[in-house]
Structure formats: C-alpha cells, structure tokens
Design a protein around this ligand. Structure first.
Ligand SMILES: CC(C)(COP(=O)(O)OP(=O)(O)OC[C@H]1O[C@@H](n2cnc3c(N)ncnc32)[C@H](O)[C@@H]1OP(=O)(O)O)[C@@H](O)C(=O)NCCC(=O)NCCS
Length: 206
C-alpha cells in the first residue's frame, strides 16, 4: 500500500492505495476516468477509448481513501502482454484535482534496495511503479509505452529511456522502455481478482 499524507492528524486514515479493481464499480470508475481524460480532456478518441487491447489488459487504479474508507478512483493505467515477455503500459491518467500530489509516504518500498527508483512519488509515479513491477512479477523482460511528448520528462526521471518516435491518435508520441532493475517484481496481494490472469472475464461496462 502506498500512503498519501494529507494532514498530520489524518495520518493513517487518508491514503491512496494503488491496486487492480476488486469490483465492477471500481472497473466502471476506471473506464470513466479514461473517457474523461482521453475523450473529453484530450480529444484523442470520440465517445469511448475502449480498444482491442482492453480485453487482454490488466487495469490498475489509484483509490483515494477518506477516513479509512475507499472514496473515489483518482488515477488509472493499464498493462498488457503484447508478445511473450514483452509488456506494454498505457492509458495513464490522473484526475485533474489530484495531479501534482507528491507527498506519498512509502514505508519499506525501497528498503534494502540500492536504487532510488521513485524520488518523486506522485500518483502517476505510483501507478507507473505498480504497473511495471507487476508486469515484472508476471514474467516481463521488456516493458514499453508510447508516451506523450510533455510526459517524457516524468518517465525519464523514473528510469525510462526513449527508444524512438511514433504517431498515435494523430499525436506525436515517444516509444519508451523501463529499466526493469528499478522495478523489482512485485505481486498485488490485496484483491479478490487474481493478478496472474488477464482479467479477460471482466467485460467492458461503459
Ligand atoms: C501525466 C499525468 C498522468 C501526470 O500525473 P501526476 O500524478 O500529476 O504526475 P506528476 O505530479 O509526477 O506530474 C507529472 C508532470 O505533469 C505536470 N502536471 C501536473 N499537473 C498538471 C495539470 N493539471 N495539467 C498539466 N500538467 C500537469 C507536472 O507539472 C509534471 O510536469 P514535469 O514533469 O515537467 O515536472 C497527468 O497530468 C494526466 O493525467 N494528464 C492527462 C493524461 C496524460 O497525459 N496521460 C499520459 C499519457 S503518456
């Protein structure tokens, strides 16, 4: 669990947990945030951004908790295996009002590791960490993403490298790859949905 400290007196009660959806309400919220960001805000898709990669994707959500109880989904990302061992991440998005939060407390996350993977722990950074470390746990040897130009800096400081340039949805993107040694294999423990499935049984419920 990755905690976000809001006020000292709330410590331990208000936090953000990054995990895979454990019910259909959370999955609905995951798709809604994607539509809000990629259809409405960025205009990359009309109406719905669901595509052929979704049925084979593992969705990951950042859930805000208020007074210890799940409150709302505030960030999303998806991962999928393109070819054996070669994983892709995409649809990274954080709700507008939760962008630039960076005061996560990550007890034990990097204990006994000699690499500082996340010195800037925003919600986006937490989602990226979860995405790549889960894929690594599932047998990934190469993790890539098409990154919008304005976000290349964010990925570079999280140990990603630019491999090339691609045009996607009419917009310039950079093909980037994660340095996997910065993302030690990490399963997701706390969900009834098993992390070693592709969740293909979860239908799209827009
Ligand atoms: C990109 C995004 C996921 C970053 O989320 P975040 O949790 O705010 O991440 P960070 O706090 O680490 O900020 C990353 C960068 O976004 C910038 N940012 C923060 N809030 C922002 C906002 N409201 N609008 C635009 N950019 C913002 C930060 O200044 C930072 O820029 P820097 O790298 O020059 O320092 C989020 O801004 C977002 O959802 N954007 C729209 C969708 C998108 O671009 N997805 C990524 C596709 S590759």
């Amino acid at each position: 669990m990755i905690y976000f400290e809001t006020h000292k007196k709330d410590k331990g009660l208000d936090f953000i947990d990054i995990n895979i959806p454990s019910n259909y309400n959370e999955l609905d919220a995951y798709y809604k945030i994607r539509r809000d960001i990629f259809c409405e805000e960025q205009g990359l898709f009309v109406g719905d951004d669901f595509d052929a990669n979704d049925p084979k994707s593992i969705p990951i959500i950042a859930m805000n908790h208020y007074m210890g109880a799940p409150d709302q989904v505030v960030g999303v990302v998806r991962i999928y295996e393109e070819q054996k061992g070669e994983w892709f991440g995409g649809r990274l998005g954080v709700s507008k009002e939760y962008r630039s939060f960076s005061k996560f407390i990550c007890p034990h996350l990097f204990t006994a590791r000699d690499i500082s993977a996340l010195y800037h722990m925003s919600i986006a950074a937490g989602l990226i960490y979860r995405a790549v470390s889960l894929a690594n746990y599932l047998g990934c040897h190469k993790f890539s993403a098409h990154v919008q130009e304005q976000n290349v800096k964010l990925f570079k400081r999280l140990h990603w490298n630019v491999i090339g340039e691609v045009e996607q949805s009419g917009k310039k993107h950079f093909l980037m790859e994660a340095e996997l040694e910065a993302y030690p294999p990490t399963p997701i423990y706390t969900t009834p949905i098993k992390a070693n499935t592709t969740l293909s049984s979860l239908a799209h419920v827009a």
